[in-house]
Design a protein around this ligand. Structure first.
Ligand code: ARG
Length: 443
């Protein structure tokens, strides 16, 4: 029973929040006259001493006392006597743990949001630096159209920007106080839940339904979704780093700071940090699915099943924090090989769309026909073993007699990206402007 029941092995991570909640509760109990000023002073003194002991790593955690709440309360009572025993008036561990986890998630959101911003700053800075560096754009991982590296990196900045917004929304929604719901039904004591809500910085005031307050963990599930989505974005970037650093691509190089060698193969530079970012996404998504599964069959109100909410939340937040740091670090560290990127950008007939667009624009050929003519020209070039610019004008005219010398002007990679000036397009001038906007926004 002790082994399955105890949560102190992991919920001690809530100690700051637990003490913060108890201090607010004690102050409120005093304010409304349920305990005396002397009791409150003793509680405050006792909790301060406990915080110091935990901080110093000297707190005697006791598995027999189940969880963080009982561990702290038992030591408090040991230290200050009667007053410690009065602290739990008009409170239950059910509202206490709901409060602690809410406060913990709120703090975690603040920390992670700052890290997301840092990763965005790192990516946006590299994007600005490489606004004009061309690279292949892919669909199906096949050469599609040239893009700029800056544009590619800013795509991740946009994704992370939405992740940041999701964390902000999640924070706003969870910012309500469950304390004072007591076990499930509220209490007959004349408590002031608005006062504790203010003291604990809950913008949304007290939760309006005591059953909901102790039974709901949607705030934790929503937080886990925010983490899983962000981890998924980081994982896609990490996968690109794995591909890009592969010598057959050779698009970017990572320093020894973010790669490892092999114990047997002396030439190896393995992108372990990127692989781990990709791998950790599994844990974060697992935590989300795990919590939803814990909750799905629970009638109201509290069940011990809910004790299973914490490890996934702690682990997801820690995994995401590591991943964000790794991505920010790799973004700053990576050295793109501009020559190689440019060569790759032009390969695979990547400017075929530019040729088709030229036929539409200059010769007023309907796009579907232009697509067809260009396809034939690609086939000719392929047979000849050259790229589109390697075809002679008369070869082009064999497919479309009205083609002129001017067509060669749109077949270069530089011309291709420079032409993509539509809003949100990859043209270097667009990328420079967007990267500068992000830099200012994130400053
Ligand atoms: N350790 C418990 C949890 O994490 C705290 C709440 C316990 N409440 C109870 N009625 N046993 O959920």
């Amino acid at each position: 029973m002790r082994a399955i029941n105890a949560s102190i092995g992991f919920d001690r991570a809530l100690w700051r929040q637990d003490i913060r909640g108890s201090l607010a509760h004690a102050a409120m109990l005093t304010h409304v006259g349920i305990i005396t000023r002397e009791d409150e002073a003793a509680i405050r003194r006792g909790l301060d001493a406990i915080a110091a002991r935990i901080e110093a790593g000297e707190f005697p955690w006791d598995e027999g006392l189940e969880d963080i709440h009982m561990n702290i309360e038992a030591r408090l009572t040991e230290a200050v006597g009667e007053a410690g025993k009065r602290l739990h008036t008009a409170r239950s561990r059910n509202d206490q743990v709901a409060l602690d986890l809410r406060l913990w998630v709120r703090d975690a959101i603040d920390g992670l949001s700052e890290q997301v911003r840092d990763a965005m700053r790192a990516l946006a800075a590299r994007a600005e630096e490489h606004a004009g560096t061309v690279m292949p754009g892919f669909t199906h991982l096949q050469p599609a159209q040239p893009v700029t590296l800056g544009h590619h990196l800013l795509a991740y900045v946009e994704m992370l920007g939405r992740d940041l917004g999701r964390l902000r929304d999640c924070r706003a929604r969870l910012d309500e106080n469950p304390l004072g719901a007591a076990a499930l039904a509220g209490t007959g004591f004349p408590i002031d839940r608005h006062m504790t809500a203010r003291a604990l910085g809950f913008e949304g005031g007290p939760m309006r339904n005591s059953l909901d307050a102790v039974a709901s963990r949607d705030f934790a599930a929503e937080f886990l979704f925010c983490c899983a989505m962000c981890a998924t974005h980081l994982s896609r970037f990490a996968e690109e780093v794995v591909v890009w650093t592969n010598p057959y691509f050779g698009f970017v190089r990572l320093s020894d700071a973010f790669t490892t060698g092999s114990s047997i193969m002396p030439q190896k530079r393995n992108p372990d940090a990127a692989e781990l970012v990709r791998g950790k996404t599994g844990r974060v998504t697992g935590a989300l699915v795990g919590l939803l599964t814990v909750l799905k069959g629970l009638p109201l109100a509290y069940f011990k099943d809910m004790q299973e909410d914490k490890e996934g939340v702690f682990d997801a937040a820690a995994s995401l924090a590591l991943s964000l740091a790794a991505v920010a670090g790799m973004a700053r560290d990576m050295r793109p090989d501009a020559a190689r990127l440019e060569a790759a950008a032009g390969a695979g007939f990547a400017t075929a769309t530019d040729l088709a667009d030229w036929l539409v624009r200059e010769l007023r050929v309907p796009f579907r026909d232009a697509h067809h003519v260009t396809g034939r020209l690609v086939a000719r070039a392929e047979a000849k073993g050259v790229d589109l610019a390697g075809l002679a004008l008369n070869e082009m005219r064999a497919e479309e007699p009205r083609i002129t010398e001017a067509v060669f002007g749109v077949l270069t990679v530089a011309a291709s990206v420079a032409s993509r000036t539509s809003f949100g397009g990859t043209a270097p001038e667009n990328v420079r402007r967007m990267a500068a906007e992000w830099r200012e926004k994130l400053a």
